[in-house]
Write a protein that binds this ligand. Structure first.
Ligand code: SF4
Ligand SMILES: [Zn+2]
Ligand SMILES: [Zn+2]
Length: 308
């Protein structure tokens, strides 16, 4: 019985150690989609006929997010993809070429935005600056903050009521553990399947919140979804996150289910603490009008620094 699908008795192609669940192709796809639907329903990620904009990088996570949201909501809800080109040669252009092809194949409208047009520099320029002046922080920190700003601004322009990203269970577990070890309660409480803030901020949702990365790869392969497979961008300097990624992988292999326990713990702490903790109020940046927690947002501070 060990290698038989628990649903139909056919040969199992995947075994999920935390279950233990064993599935054939068909029942794995069913199991995976059912879990995404449950995450959406229980966390009220999409309500009614909201317009959903999906931040689509060309990688597996955002590809599966877009594919499933389109499958689940495409008939009744407007869905569009938002593509951001940071100007990373031989990397993002390749990934976005796949993303554009998928959007056309699935009949999903998309818009592509460029760092160069939005900020007048690309990540190559940022890389040169951060490389020259090591004190001003890592390349990825700039990339992430600037990308999130475009995402929010353009999703607002596209009249989105929800902005979906491809964050998965592995990403979330890494973030939670990093925030714990940094004693960063503010960030810790910002994790979760949905984040909302000021009215200028389009609520962000993570439909793959409960999906381990390995299962997303399996889902994409079985469904035949094409995605950009190169894992690391040439500027990938996220040394600390990489260490947490390795640690989480190691722990999950030794203690199956620990990623689920970590996000469950986050949920319980949030429910218990959110009311008591005085979280920084989200206001808007005095320079660009985007949501932030101080006077001037991080993106404006960064672009100022990069101009010097
Ligand atoms: S790895 Fe870093 S520099 Fe590369 S795309 Fe991601 S955040 Fe940007
Ligand atoms: Zn089966
Ligand atoms: Zn600003």
């Amino acid at each position: 019985m060990a290698n038989k699908c628990v649903e139909c008795g056919k040969k199992a192609i995947i075994s999920l150690t935390y279950g233990p669940h064993r599935f054939c192709n068909e029942h794995f796809l069913h199991f995976f989609e059912k879990r995404v639907r449950k995450t959406i329903r229980e966390n009220k990620l999409v309500e009614g006929r909201e317009k959903i904009v999906v931040a689509y990088s060309g990688g597996k996570d955002s590809a599966v997010t877009l594919f499933l949201l389109n499958k689940i909501f495409g008939k009744n809800n407007p869905i569009e993809a938002l593509l951001i080109d940071e100007g990373i040669p031989k990397y993002r252009n390749k990934a976005l070429a796949i993303a554009e092809r998928n959007c056309k194949k699935w009949g999903i409208p998309f818009k592509r935005f460029y760092f160069k047009n939005e900020f007048d520099f690309t990540m190559v320029d940022v890389m040169r600056k951060t490389g020259a002046k090591k004190i001003i922080g890592s390349t990825c920190a700039y990339c992430g903050v600037l990308r999130r700003q475009i995402m929010n601004r353009q999703a607002r322009e596209m009249k989105a009521s929800k902005l979906a990203t491809g964050h998965n269970l592995d990403d979330e577990t890494q973030s939670v553990l990093m925030n714990v070890m940094d004693a960063d309660l503010e960030r810790f409480l910002r994790n979760g399947p949905k984040s909302e803030g000021a009215k200028e901020m389009i609520p962000r949702i993570k439909p793959l919140y409960h999906c381990p990365e390995k299962e997303i790869i399996a889902f994409a392969k079985i469904t035949g979804i094409k995605y950009f497979e190169q894992k690391c961008c040439p500027f990938k300097w996220q040394a600390k996150r990489n260490d947490f990624r390795a640690m989480v992988e190691d722990f999950e292999a030794k203690y199956p289910g620990m990623m689920f326990s970590t996000v469950k713990f986050l949920k319980e702490v949030k429910e218990g603490m959110e009311k008591k903790t005085s979280r920084k109020k989200i206001v808007v940046c005095s320079k660009c009008g985007e949501p932030c927690s101080g006077k001037v947002c991080k993106a404006c501070k960064m672009t100022e620094r990069l101009k010097k």
